[in-house]
Design a protein around this ligand. Sequence first.
Ligand code: NI
Length: 254
Amino acid sequence: MIFDTHAHYDDASFDNDRDFLLAALPEAGIGGVVNVGASIESTKRTIALTEKYSFIYGAAGVHPSECGQLAEADIQWLKQQALREKIVAIGEIGLDYYWEEPEHQIQKKWFCRQLNLARETALPVIIHSRDGAKDTLDIMKAEKSREIGGVIHCFSYGREMAREYLNMGFFLGIGGVVTFQNARRLKEVVEYAPIDRLVLETDCPYLSPVPYRGKRNSSCNLPLVINAIAALKGMEPEEIQRITWENARKLYRL
Ligand code: NI
């Protein structure tokens, strides 16, 4: 079975056919999904999905681009949600310097606070890091993230950075980008990283693999990602599927 470690099925782009699509996932070989919170509101919607579908788990957290209005009371609310049985991670959290807002200092503050929330709740973290490689790594080292554990979602840096996170004990999330013609750097990372440290993800509705690039993504497209990883690793797709399933269960401690 296939494990999608990072999805956003609460996104409005699924409003017209969400239940139809989700109900069909097990038949398509999707045995587990972690729906990832990106704000307080989407964490609430994530919890609702975990209550409705046995194979959906959730992550509670606030994305760096959404942290501008956060307050400590929100962190305390997230902490309560983390007690729920099907909440398996704190995320997605991190730094996103692609967008100018919120300013870097604010993003860093809430990144640190949520790393500590993960420590307090003994859950792994789902890290979002875009155009902020050095600051992300510096903060994660300073916060002793090795003791927390988790995944660098939609890994987008090079081999040097991959080595840092692998040394820290983290998993790397690999999705549709690995099928893109111009993704040379990511393909190198997939070749380099041990297979027992890679997990599959869609980040749906975003980042559909080729030949669906630009269209709405779903977990049903993950076989295309599996095939791309298998080709890079010189392994059978069935093997990649089985190993990444085990990796996902280790990552989320299921
Ligand atoms: Ni995401």
